[in-house]
Design a protein around this ligand. Structure first.
Ligand SMILES: *[C@@H]1O[C@H](CO)[C@@H](O)[C@H](O)[C@H]1NC(C)=O
Ligand SMILES: *[C@@H]1O[C@H](CO)[C@@H](O)[C@H](O)[C@H]1NC(C)=O
Ligand SMILES: *[C@@H]1O[C@H](CO)[C@@H](O)[C@H](O)[C@H]1NC(C)=O
Length: 327
């Protein structure tokens, strides 16, 4: 009760402070949110305020199946019924447009090149809607998910919607079993992942320096983005931006992908703003981790230690495991 009361007082103060300047309702559009405070300029809600400024975003504050989370490997449960994830590209390369959205680097496949995933924890077929990059201002942070409390320099999220049940992403995002996100941690190395190298080489990334910049890429093979492993970790969560709908099945691949230090540097030089506005680095575009609460973290990694039981788990003899491949 104490915490709830505190937050409502803060919110009231905020409404009183801002209402004289501009009516708050005019700000209630889908993009009126931010990851971090800006030093100057008008108030834009950071993650702790997302659920308080717009009633349609309630789940960001009161949801109980929110993402991202800190993956504690000691809480993982081996589920022998989890099959490998299936990627279907129809054997074709894809084209897409890469955008600076002001918040993320985003690659959207064009409609002529459909890619879908199925299998694993998924009961339906999910079509790729967007490849999104999160990254940090320092190498120790930048991923949305953490592993045993530790962050990575970045995280690639492949966002898919359920194409069996829904006609488009917006409808799926607010509906049961709507979304499947494949998440891959980004680490630094001398050589970079073939797919990410196409997006992040100097000639390409500098085309999207500013908000709303876009650049067309062709001949991309999404299979190149996937590390060479069938192992993953999965849990039921939410989309990590407002309205935080709790419709996402997360699949975290058990191996990272690599980019070079130079490519990470180029990412940090992207601006959240248009060219005529002050430079504000896009880095640290991450939502803080959310409580796991009663949820299970399942994995297809077999390990021998016996674990506690999990209500959602189909495994008769659930087991634990404590390490990530190639961490
Ligand atoms: C998991 O590993 C244990 C010990 O290595 C083995 O006995 C068991 O058959 C494995 N289970 C599955 C489903 O692969
Ligand atoms: C998945 O994608 C492949 C290749 O584009 C396509 O042929 C197939 O029909 C899709 N599956 C479904 C269920 O739509
Ligand atoms: C998505 O599909 C719904 C239901 O068919 C439709 O009403 C809506 O206009 C579509 N939205 C977009 C952005 O295409």
């Amino acid at each position: 009760m104490h915490v709830v009361w505190d937050i409502s007082v803060i919110l009231q103060t905020f409404i009183i402070c801002t209402s004289s300047a501009q009516p708050i309702t005019s700000k209630l559009d889908g993009s009126w949110w931010a990851y971090k405070d800006v030093v100057q300029g008008s108030f834009v809600p950071v993650p702790s305020f997302w659920g308080l400024v717009n009633s349609a975003w309630n789940l960001c504050a009161i949801g109980k199946r929110q993402s991202p989370i800190d993956i504690e490997t000691s809480h993982m449960i081996f589920d022998p019924y989890l099959t490998p994830l299936r990627l279907n590209t129809g054997g074709r390369k894809m084209g897409g447009t890469m955008y600076n959205t002001g918040k993320h680097v985003s690659l959207r496949p064009d409609k002529a090149h459909l890619v879908n995933i199925s299998g694993g924890p998924l009961g339906y077929s999910y079509r790729l809607e967007e490849v999104r990059l999160h990254f940090g201002s320092e190498d120790s942070q930048g991923s949305e998910h953490l592993l045993n409390g530790q962050g990575f320099p970045g995280e690639v999220q492949l966002i898919h919607y359920n194409q069996d049940l829904y006609t488009n992403y917006s409808e799926a995002a607010k509906s049961p079993y709507g979304i499947a996100v494949v998440s891959i941690f980004i680490k630094l190395s001398e050589n970079s992942n073939t797919f990410l190298n196409r997006m992040l080489n100097r000639d390409t990334i500098t085309r999207i320096n500013y908000k709303h910049d876009a650049f067309l890429l062709m001949g991309m093979n999404i299979a190149d983005l996937y590390p060479d492993t069938t192992r993953y970790i999965t849990y039921e969560g939410s989309i990590t931006i407002p309205p935080c709908y709790e419709t996402a099945t997360w699949i975290l691949i058990n191996k990272p992908v690599y980019v070079t230090q130079m490519q990470m540097h180029s990412l940090r030089l992207l601006s959240q703003n248009e060219p005529y506005k002050i430079f504000l680095s896009m880095s640290d575009n991450t939502r803080p981790t959310q409580p796991l609460l009663q949820r299970c973290i399942r994995t297809n990694i077999n390990f021998s230690k016996q674990g506690r039981d999990c209500p959602n788990n189909r495994a008769l003899r659930p087991q634990y495991r404590g390490n990530m491949e190639d961490k």
